[in-house]
Structures are given as structure tokens and as C-alpha cells.
Design a protein around this ligand. Structure first.
Ligand code: PA5
Ligand code: MN
Length: 213
């Protein structure tokens, strides 16, 4: 992996979860696939049942620096998600563009699932990013996983999840989840995420969100 790029993103991980992942330094990362082509992702997109676009105008309140957000061009496309529903199982492909608001990198809104115990698997196809996962219980540590092509991440039951593009190119991934899972944005709108992924001295790093309730 590109260790240099992720040097400042040493994750915080609970001992209990640590054992579940192959490399504890990469919390949430289940394994690495050797993806020589992203063609299968592209072919899936053709038959999507729904496409959702998020422009900056759709993301008021999700970035930490409200002043920088207010000054940004609200037409900018941040990400686009293609959804596919099968019997009992759904998947989505998201393409996220590079960019930042203030010092905070472009991010997905992030959500919890409802029912909250429904988990999710992510397979990263392209780009460089970070996954931030947090439990509703404030006592559990935030999980921060570095992402690149071939990274597979497991978002555990009861964890809200957000993906951040820290690279200069598109970050894209497939997510697989239970069709019955509804997406609950409410806690993120109210409380935000506990960790922010920001640029500092030309590098990606995380900082704790002091305004998190
Ligand atoms: O199910 C997921 O977690 C993803 O497919 C996301 O829905 C997708 O990346 C868009 O993110 P959000 O729903 O937080 O806007
Ligand atoms: Mn989800």
C-alpha cells in the first residue's frame, strides 16, 4: 500500500474490533483484492435502478467550515451514486470527485442504517480515500480506514459510515448492503462525525471534531 500517503492517518481502533481485521493498522479493512480492471464496475452502472447526484448545494451543514462552504460554487458535483436492487440484496457504485471545502476533503454525507444492525461491505475500485466509521455509542472509538484500489472494508453493525476522497482523482467504490436497510442521515445532520479528514501541510490527516456533541 501507499504508506507514505496514509502516514498521518494512523487509525484509532478498539481492541475488540482489532482482532477481526487482518491488519490492525488499517481498521475496517478486511482484505486487499488485486483489481487489474474496473470494467465490471462500469458494466454494472449501465443497468442501475436509480442514480443520485450530490452537488455542493445538497450538502449544506455537512462540512465543518461553514464560511468556506458559503463561498463555494454550489453547482459543483461532489459525487454520483448508481443503485441496483436485487432480491434481498442491494449494491451501489459511487464516483466521487476530488476537492475540498476549506481544509476538509470532499466527503459523502454519511449515514447510519435503519435497522442500525445492518452492516455493509465496500470494495474500492479506483482512487485514494479514507473511510470514517463511528458507533452511536460515544465510548467506542472511531474507525479510520485508508482506501485504494482493491481495498475491501467492512462497516460493522451499528456503525455510521462516511467516505472521503483525499486524492487528486476520482474515488470510486461498490457497496453491498441489505435491501431492507434504510439510510438514516439524521444523527449526522445533528451531530456530525467525530473525526474530520483534513489537509495539513500538503498531507491528509485527521483531527477530532470539537463541535461533535
Ligand atoms: O450505502 C452506502 O453507504 C453508499 O452506497 C452510500 O449510500 C453512497 O456512497 C452515498 O453516500 P451517502 O448516502 O452518505 O450520501
Ligand atoms: Mn450505508
Amino acid at each position: 500500500m501507499n504508506r507514505e500517503m496514509y502516514r498521518d492517518l494512523t487509525p484509532i481502533v478498539s481492541h475488540k474490533l482489532e482482532g477481526k481485521f487482518r491488519e490492525s493498522i488499517e481498521s475496517g479493512v478486511v482484505c486487499k483484492l488485486d483489481l487489474s480492471s474496473v470494467a465490471f464496475g462500469a458494466s454494472l452502472m449501465v443497468n442501475s435502478t436509480k442514480v443520485e447526484e450530490r452537488r455542493l448545494r445538497d450538502m449544506d451543514g455537512f462540512f465543518h467550515d461553514q464560511e468556506a462552504y458559503n463561498g463555494a460554487d454550489k453547482q459543483e458535483l461532489v459525487y454520483r451514486t448508481y443503485y441496483f436492487n436485487f432480491d434481498g440484496m442491494s449494491c451501489a457504485i459511487t464516483e466521487m470527485f476530488p476537492g475540498s471545502i476549506g481544509n476538509e476533503f470532499y466527503l459523502t454525507k454519511g449515514h447510519f442504517h435503519e435497522p442500525p444492525e445492518m452492516s455493509e461491505i465496500y470494495i474500492f475500485l479506483r482512487g485514494h480515500g479514507v473511510s470514517v466509521m463511528q458507533n452511536r455509542s460515544k465510548k467506542k472509538p472511531v474507525l479510520i480506514a485508508p482506501l485504494m484500489q482493491g481495498t475491501v472494508v467492512f462497516s460493522p453493525p451499528f456503525y455510521g459510515h462516511r467516505t472521503v476522497n483525499i486524492g487528486r482523482d476520482v474515488l470510486s467504490w461498490i457497496s453491498i448492503f441489505n435491501t431492507k436497510a434504510r439510510l438514516n442521515y439524521e444523527p449526522i445532520v445533528k451531530e456530525g462525525f467525530r473525526a474530520l479528514i483534513v489537509e495539513k501541510d500538503g498531507r491528509a490527516t485527521f483531527t477530532m471534531n470539537t463541535s461533535h456533541i
